[in-house]
Write a protein that binds this ligand. Structure first.
Ligand SMILES: Nc1ncnc2c1ncn2[C@@H]1O[C@H](COP(=O)(O)OP(=O)(O)OP(=O)(O)O)[C@@H](O)[C@H]1O
Length: 298
């Protein structure tokens, strides 16, 4: 079942097309990675889906209804972002008390446990917290709210590597016990690649990929080894990328991983990060070719 349904959605800010014809379904009880370069349109999508913004055209449904000013829908949705503002007098414990009123599935004990793990001072005013502690407040609310649809828009930028790992671990274990739909927007693709089950890749407001992560990873391999051996192997495949370091060549090739080992070559599944980078580059190159052919002019 789809929790989110977008059909041909556009969003214009004056002359800027933030979204162009996005058609997308987000399946229930999955962890979706919403990926893309700066300014791709990720936050705009999340704002529209959480009723904080509205599309210029197209159809948007969240739990079967339009989310804008829709309390039915918004009661099931939690949106955590780094730039979250809290009232000046709030300490973390006040933010948690407010979250308890807002989210029917709020788990007070879980929030307290997480606050302990993130070493968050519950009584200090939020405006006096460090950047990482501020991020921890958002992450804890996003997890303990257990909203049926939770968006994390890079809320953990201030967290150090250990705290981010803690967030990923808690997210995975809690998701296993309390399945829900998670949308995680991040630039730290390598860090979350084990977490993400579905990949949505956006570039310049257009959808480039919407696929499950397993299928995506089986689409390409990286092959490393002596130049001549890699060249011989690569001859039979479409090449996406190559890097040479002295006598060693590393290529990314389209196609599934070979059934058996290839003598003298290291063949590995492609990383999600690499796939995302290559797919975005290829889309831009295609756009450039289209433009120089006179097709891409606006
Ligand atoms: N309020 C606004 N007014 C004008 N343009 C805007 C507004 N909000 C976003 N944009 C533009 O829309 C495009 C998409 O922005 P958006 O914030 O959705 O990108 P993003 O993928 O979240 O980027 P990042 O990864 O840098 O956070 C950008 O070109 C941005 O400059």
């Amino acid at each position: 079942m789809s929790v989110v349904r977008m059909r041909n959605v556009t969003k214009h800010y004056g002359r800027t097309a933030a979204l162009s014809g996005i058609t997308l379904d987000l399946a229930e009880h999955r962890i979706h990675g919403l990926l893309g370069r700066n300014g791709a349109g990720k936050t705009t999508i999340m704002q529209i889906l959480t009723g904080q913004n509205f599309e210029t055209s197209g159809e948007v449904e969240v739990f079967g209804q339009h989310p804008y000013e829709n309390t039915d829908v918004l009661g099931k949705v939690c949106f955590i972002r780094e730039s979250q503002k809290y009232p000046d007098i709030f300490a973390a414990r006040h933010a948690f008390a407010a979250a308890e009123l807002l989210y029917p599935n709020w788990d007070t004990d879980f929030a307290a446990e997480l606050a302990d793990e993130f070493a968050l001072p519950l009584n200090r005013r939020i405006k006096k917290l460090s950047r990482g502690q501020l991020s921890a407040v958002g992450v804890i609310i996003g997890l303990a709210a257990r909203a049926p649809l939770t968006f994390f828009d890079e809320p953990y930028l201030g967290l150090d590597a250990v705290a981010r790992r803690l967030f990923y671990d808690r997210l995975l274990t809690d998701f296993a016990e309390h399945p829900r739909t998670i949308v995680l927007s991040t630039h730290l693709i390598d860090e979350v690649s084990d977490l993400i089950e579905d990949v949505v890749l956006i570039d310049r407001g257009k959808l480039l990929l919407d696929e499950d992560a397993e299928t995506l990873r089986s689409r390409a391999v990286t092959v490393t080894g002596p130049v001549s051996a890699v060249e011989a192997f690569a001859r039979h495949h479409r090449e996406l990328h190559r890097e040479q370091l002295g006598g060693l060549l590393r290529v990314t090739l389209e196609g599934p991983r070979p059934e058996s080992d290839v003598d003298g070559l290291q063949v590995e599944p492609v990383s999600l990060q690499e796939l995302v980078v290559r797919t975005t580059q290829q889309a831009r190159e295609r756009e450039l070719v289209g433009t120089t052919n006179g097709k891409g002019e606006r």
